[in-house]
Each structure stands twice: as C-alpha cells, then as structure tokens.
Design a protein around this ligand. Structure first.
Ligand code: F6P
Length: 378
C-alpha cells in the first residue's frame, strides 16, 4: 500500500453468503484499525454496491458482536459483474442499472472504471474481496487495472482453486450431518429409502464429508456419475440382508451416467446461469420405480448457508481476515489468502480465476468410505 496515500482500505463480500463472513469482516476491520490505524470502508452488497457507489465507513463498534452471526452485515449480491453489467438508457443519454426497472433497451456495459472511481473519491487505496470463484475472477480483472486487492476464499462448496479449504464449508457440513442424523431415525422407523440432497454446485465436497460423517449408505457426487442399476441393487441388497432402510446423500450436481445434471432454472443474468436442484426427487422416483421401496427426498437447500459458524470456521475466518490486512500492509497485492498443507499462505489471483477444485477420485475419504462398504453408485 502506498504510504503517500490515505492508508485506507475497503472490504466487500460477494457471491452467495455463508457462515463466517462476518468473522472475516470483523478480523479485517479490527486488525486494520487496532494494529495499523487504517481507515476502513465497507462496500454494500458486493460488486453491486461498488458499481453503485454505496460505500460507508466501518468503525470498531460496527464490527463488535458479529463473530457468531451468520450472513454478512455488508450484504452481498451474486448477479453483479463490473465487467458485464446490465444497464438501461434513460433520457439525455443517462444510464440506470437494469434491475431498477426504468428506461428502455438493456445493454451490457463494462463499468469497472466507475468502481475504481468510487474508491478513488474516498482515497481508498486497497480492497479486501471476500468471495468465491466469480468474485475472485472479477477481482483478478480489477487488480489488472491497478487496484491492489487481497482475496479471501469463501464458499460452503469448498470448491475454490488454490486453497485446501474455504470458510463456511465446515459449518455447512455440520448442518448437513445434523440433518442426516435426524433423517436416519425416521428412515429406520418407516423402513424407507431417504434421499438427502445437499448443495455444492459442481463439486461433491459437502456430500462426501456429510455423507461419511452421517454414515450414509450411498454417496452420489458430481465427480462420479452413478449407475441407477447399481444404486438400486445396493438398496435392495440391504433390504434383503434385513437392513430395511437406506440413507442416500446426493450432491445437487450429481448425475446419472450418460445423463445431464438436473437444472431447476436457467437465470441468464447471473454469472453462472444454472440453478441446480431436483436430483433428490428424481432419484426418489427412479429408485421407487426400480425397487418398489418407499422413498422420500429431503432437499436441505439454503439452511446449509445459514446459522452461526462453527468454531473451526470462526478461527479460519479470523486467520484469513488478519492475514489479508497483514499482506496489504506489507505491500503484497493481487493475491488470495489460502491454506495449503495446514499452513496459511497466499496464491496469485490470476491463478485462481476461472477454475474450480473438484473432489479427486482417489481422495482419501472416498477410499475410506469404500473400505467401510459405502457405495458411490458405480
Ligand atoms: O455456491 C454456494 C451455493 O449455495 C451452491 O451450493 C448453490 O448451488 C448455489 O449457491 C445456490 O445459489 P442461489 O442462492 O443463488 O440459489
């Protein structure tokens, strides 16, 4: 960070929310104020607030008592991209965001210079961007335009390239495991096949970890397309052995071999237009049709993104937030903080952009699950 400037930083949260965002905001703000007497600004609603110039000062008191609170005090948005922002024309050539619903003819514009201008107006000379792959991809492009940025990896999906773990994942796995435990007893009482659909987009981390932790009989993940006949044989086999119920944990991005993922909706205005969801219900019907067993699906959905962060996520988020400020103060820029082999480190934003981290087929937890008789439907 340039010493000639105001020594002032901004922080923003982008993409879907997850437990631990407030813990990072708190760590960034408290470290910056307490240790380095920096000015701290909070950007409202992710890139949308940056584009629309909604940026407020953050004080020490603003971030007190938020460590355990889910969500983000700054708000977030997963539709705004500063390099592809839909606007509409008003009279005399003025532009309004398309979501305001005024004016006519939507056009997509690069408004990244407006973002840089909004920060410059306030003498903000660096940005901490807390987000997932979409947020990091835009951060890498803003960094190329000269804005010093440190990224902080967030997502319940745990699919960010360049880090072994993201904060939010541990809490989501804890929530999903708790749900699986509860479903277990009703599955057993009614002798049913219970299918629990968890989030995770194109990666099966949440399904794998919560499935193993919850003692699932079958775990279906996007990285291993399943065969319906194998899934059916497995639950029938259990039934014949006197195990009159089965627990199937399925990732929303899982698919039958040779078939497409189940898409709930296509939302063209989002950076990732596919909204996944529905594989749980499809599986319940498919298994019932093939086996005659009574099947029910439970779709966990956004409960996985809510609630108080686990102690693991609180400490990881605090470490990430603190490290982000330390890096900026040392003049390091355009990197994302990360954990590799159990150690805090950082990786270039440009290396992270545009990639996701999937579950390797030879992952140690897959091996352990297979060894204890869990099926992946193949
Ligand atoms: O990336 C986090 C996540 O919760 C995914 O697991 C899920 O597919 C997606 O976000 C849901 O997004 P939305 O809240 O926009 O429907």
């Amino acid at each position: 960070m340039s010493k000639a400037r105001s020594r002032s930083i901004a922080v923003m949260t982008g993409g879907g929310d997850c437990p631990g965002l407030n813990a990072v905001i708190r760590a960034v703000t408290k470290t910056a104020i307490n240790k380095y007497a920096l000015e701290v600004w909070g950007i409202q609603d992710g890139y949308l607030g940056l584009i629309e110039n909604r940026i407020n000062r953050l004080s020490y008191d603003d971030v007190s008592n938020i460590l355990t609170v889910g969500g983000t005090i700054l708000g977030t948005s997963n539709t705004a991209d500063p390099f592809k922002f839909p606007v509409r024309c008003l009279s005399r050539g003025k532009l309004a965001p398309a979501h305001a619903g005024v004016g006519d003819k939507t056009q997509v514009k690069d408004v990244s210079n407006n973002c840089l201008q909004a920060l410059k107006q306030r003498d903000i000379d660096a940005l901490v961007c807390i987000g997932g792959d979409g947020t990091m991809a835009s951060a890498a492009r803003l960094a190329k335009k000269g804005l010093p940025i440190i990224g902080v990896p967030k997502t319940i999906d745990n699919d960010l390239y360049g880090t072994d773990v993201t904060f939010g994942f541990n809490t989501a796995v804890t929530t999903a495991t708790d749900a699986i435990d509860k479903v277990h007893t009703t599955a057993s009482s009614h002798h049913r096949v219970m299918i629990i659909e968890v989030m995770g987009r194109y990666a099966g981390w949440i399904a794998l970890y919560s499935g193993v932790a919850g003692g699932a009989d079958l775990i279906l993940i996007p990285e291993i397309p399943y065969k319906l006949e194998k899934v059916s044989e497995y639950v029938i086999g259990r039934s014949r052995r006197g195990k009159r119920f089965s627990i199937v944990v399925v990732s929303e991005g899982a698919r039958e071999k040779g078939c497409q993922m189940v898409v709930q909706k296509i939302v063209a205005t989002r950076p990732d237009p596919l909204r996944l969801g529905g594989i749980g219900n499809k599986l319940a019907e498919d298994i019932n049709r093939r086996t005659g067993l009574d099947c029910r699906a439970v779709i966990l959905g956004h409960v996985q993104r809510g609630g108080t962060p686990t102690p693991y996520d609180r400490t990881l988020a605090t470490n990430f937030g603190h490290t982000a400020v330390e890096l900026l103060v040392r003049g390091v820029k355009n990197r994302m903080v990360a954990v590799k082999g159990g150690r805090l480190c950082s990786i270039s934003l440009s290396r992270v952009a545009g990639k996701i981290r999937k579950v390797p087929r030879n992952h140690e937890l897959i091996k352990a699950a297979l060894a204890i008789g869990t099926s992946f439907g193949v």
